[in-house]
Design a protein around this ligand. Structure first.
Ligand code: ARG
Length: 433
């Protein structure tokens, strides 16, 4: 039986396009050369570097004068370009599109969402994001997408996925658009301590890598307010403790002050949005080492184009309550030393534009290098993948990108990523050679 299984596995491996390509084109080692390389751990740019890649992982990195290209290696010389680690977005919704917000979304099936995810996975990877943490999807469409990407069925970034986000009845993570007689509640709804514990277990059972919950109201929901708390501190503690027991990190959607403080004190790993953060919230996050994942580009899109995408008046009104405040809060939190990880909420705005947030982060207080670190080494730390992504170092997956010019002086260059490699496979190469 085992023999047969092994044969079946092997033959499917040989049949997959990814395998045959790598077998033919990357016989052993790939040598990647570039004039510059961003060392995100040291926070500096190194000149004239060579990266040796084998078996999909980085084997060696150093000055081209020291690192000889082994005989038989495939040489990719990126010339004057700058190499960086593949980017990481810690807050995406690949299975959603902005057109699905509000009432329009009610007509979209879960299988359709999965296919939307396949489209957006490719777009996101081509934009230079080789890893995403996807925090919220219906029907485990995100689990299906992650598994399809891992099986090389569809191209896309490495994904950590949450499945359906947990939330209170009537809260931001419920569905409040339907009249009572439809008797519908979102699959992540759980009220009370035993229910949140059971829901965490169920979500993990069906494939979640990370748990997402709504600690406050939100913008893209009906009848709630971003500033109000959803879940009691006792429920949050039970939820987070249970997730941690099962080895899963927890991300809390929290715009409101109280939700930020209570979720941080309950041990959450990251605060998403963090829009109305105050000094007490900053202090709680610093005390617990909680990451802030603030989608501070989002407001430009929502207020600029939301109406034409069919966002409701209520959503737009709520956006006006949080959007500008969020940016000022981000500036203060970053200045005071709260840990920052990059997350955009792409899905609320069109996928592929993730990198537009870098310029906002620089406008609101980070240096370009800090903004890049938030999307590489810091993001990898938040998601628990510091051992495999986020830096260009031996042992890490060969997930690398390149741009023309110096992104540490002009961070908008990251909006035009010209070379993408994931796991040693070239996904995109618009640079000559
Ligand atoms: N998903 C979030 C919500 O509905 C989006 C918030 C977007 N606004 C912002 N300023 N970041 O609450």
């Amino acid at each position: 039986m085992r023999q047969i299984l092994r044969l079946v596995l092997l033959s499917s491996l040989f049949a997959s396009p990814a395998f045959s390509q790598s077998a033919l084109q990357n016989p052993t080692v790939v040598a990647l050369k570039a004039a510059h390389l961003v060392d995100v751990r040291a926070g500096r740019v190194l000149d004239s570097q060579t990266v040796l890649i084998s078996g999909g992982r980085i084997e060696r990195v150093g000055p081209s004068s020291d690192v000889a290209v082994p005989a038989g290696a495939t040489l990719i010389d990126l010339g004057a370009a700058t190499l960086l680690p593949g980017l990481i977005d810690c807050h995406t919704h690949l299975t959603s599109d902005p057109h699905n917000a509000g009432y329009q979304g009610l007509g979209i099936s879960i299988p359709r969402e999965a296919l939307t995810g396949a489209k957006n996975a490719r777009i996101t990877l081509n934009a230079g994001f080789t890893t995403v943490r996807n925090v919220g999807a219906s029907g485990y469409s995100d689990v299906a997408l992650r598994d399809a990407i891992n099986a090389s069925d569809v191209p896309g970034p490495r994904m950590l996925v949450s499945g359906p986000p947990l939330g209170i009845t009537g809260g931001h993570c419920d569905e409040n658009l339907l009249a009572p007689e439809f008797n519908y509640h979102a699959e992540g709804v759980a009220d009370g301590i035993p229910a949140v514990m059971a829901k965490v277990r169920e979500t993990v059972k069906y494939g979640a890598d990370v748990i997402k919950f709504c600690a406050s109201g939100g913008v893209f929901s009906r009848g709630d307010l971003p500033g109000t708390e959803q879940y009691s501190p006792a429920e949050m503690t039970a939820l987070i403790t249970e997730a941690h027991r099962l080895g899963r990190k927890v991300a809390a959607h929290a715009h409101g002050t109280l939700a930020i403080i209570d979720a941080s004190n309950a041990g959450v790993d990251s605060i998403e949005h963090g829009s109305l953060i105050d000094d007490a919230g900053i202090a709680a996050m610093k005390a617990h080492g909680t990451y802030l994942v603030a989608d501070i580009y989002n407001d430009d899109f929502i207020l600029g184009e939301g109406k034409s995408y069919g966002f409701t008046d209520e959503m737009l009104a709520k956006e006006r309550l949080v959007g500008r405040e969020q940016r000022e809060g981000f500036r203060r939190a970053a200045q005071d030393g709260v840990k920052i990880a990059f997350g955009t909420d792409a899905g609320v705005y069109p996928h592929g534009g993730n990198a537009r947030q870098f310029a906002k982060m620089v406008q609101f207080g980070l240096t370009p290098m800090q903004a890049i670190q938030s999307a590489t080494i810091s993001a990898a730390d938040l998601i628990g993948w510091a051992d495999r992504v986020g830096t260009i170092e031996p042992g890490k997956f060969a997930d690398l990108i390149a741009v023309s010019g110096d992104p540490t002086s002009n961070v908008t260059l990251l909006e035009h990523v010209q070379f993408v490699m994931k796991g040693g496979q070239v996904v995109k190469n618009d640079l000559v050679k």
